[in-house]
Ligand binder design. Structure first.
Ligand code: AR6
Length: 203
């Protein structure tokens, strides 16, 4: 029997269901999924936070994560001396179901996508995955880094997220067992769904 792929089955069925996870089937597809909803409810080894360079909290997904994790997260972040754009730092998850939070700082794009913005956003995904590897973690959920308050256009941001994760999994096949792309907006859901069916299609 044919293994279902992004294109053929999994995408169509759950279209608008908030909180539903769409998984691929077989090979690389098995390791990636698309989830629409709140990242703070996901029980994974690590959720990634789209933080700012102070690491002391803010709005958007950062605010949601700090609220759900509790004040101990703030205290640990306070001890980290901030984080540069494109870099990442790891903390405990505290009251979250996720064991760890990987805080990364996306580029402030304000609608502009040049080489610097592209490289910095790529580095966010790579450095987050590197921390996973260094800590022996195997399951992770990413939000759409930089596409909210920081204004990175959604389509190119999704392209960077998906291709960077794909390349990483191909180069580190044993380490990561599951990457969830956690989108919050209908627009991003549509963009990811479309791009995943191309980028992660079975060979
Ligand atoms: N779960 C998943 N995704 C979410 C959630 C959530 N609970 N809430 C929002 N999003 P943003 P940025 C989505 O603005 O652009 C903060 O103030 C949101 O819809 O959170 O990297 C930081 O402290 C969007 O798709 O992050 C920084 O100062 C995505 O998360 C600054 O914002 C990212 O939007 C970082 O801006």
């Amino acid at each position: 029997d044919k293994i279902p792929t992004w294109r053929e089955e999994n995408i169509k069925s759950d279209d608008k269901d908030e909180g539903k996870e769409l998984t691929g089937g077989g090979g690389l597809n098995d390791k990636v999924s698309l989830y629409k909803g709140d990242i703070t409810v996901l029980e994974v080894d690590a959720i990634v936070n789209a933080a700012n360079s102070s690491l002391l909290g803010g709005g958007g997904v950062d605010g949601c994560i700090h609220k759900a994790a509790g004040s101990c997260l703030y205290d640990e972040c306070h001890s980290l001396n901030g984080c540069e754009t494109g870099k990442a730092k790891i903390t405990c998850g505290y009251d979250l179901p996720a064991r760890y939070v990987i805080h990364t700082v996306g580029p402030v794009a304000r609608g502009h996508v040049g080489p610097t913005e592209t490289n910095d956003l790529t580095s966010c995904y790579q450095n987050s995955l590197r921390l996973m590897k260094e800590h022996g973690l195997s399951t992770v959920a990413f939000p759409c880094i930089s596409t909210g308050i920081y204004g990175f256009p959604n389509e190119p941001a999704a392209e960077i997220a998906l291709n960077t994760v794909k390349n990483w999994i191909e180069e580190n096949p044993d380490k990561i067992t599951r990457v969830i792309f956690c989108v919050f907006l209908e627009n991003d859901f549509a963009i990811y769904k479309k791009k995943m069916s191309v980028i992660f299609q079975d060979k």
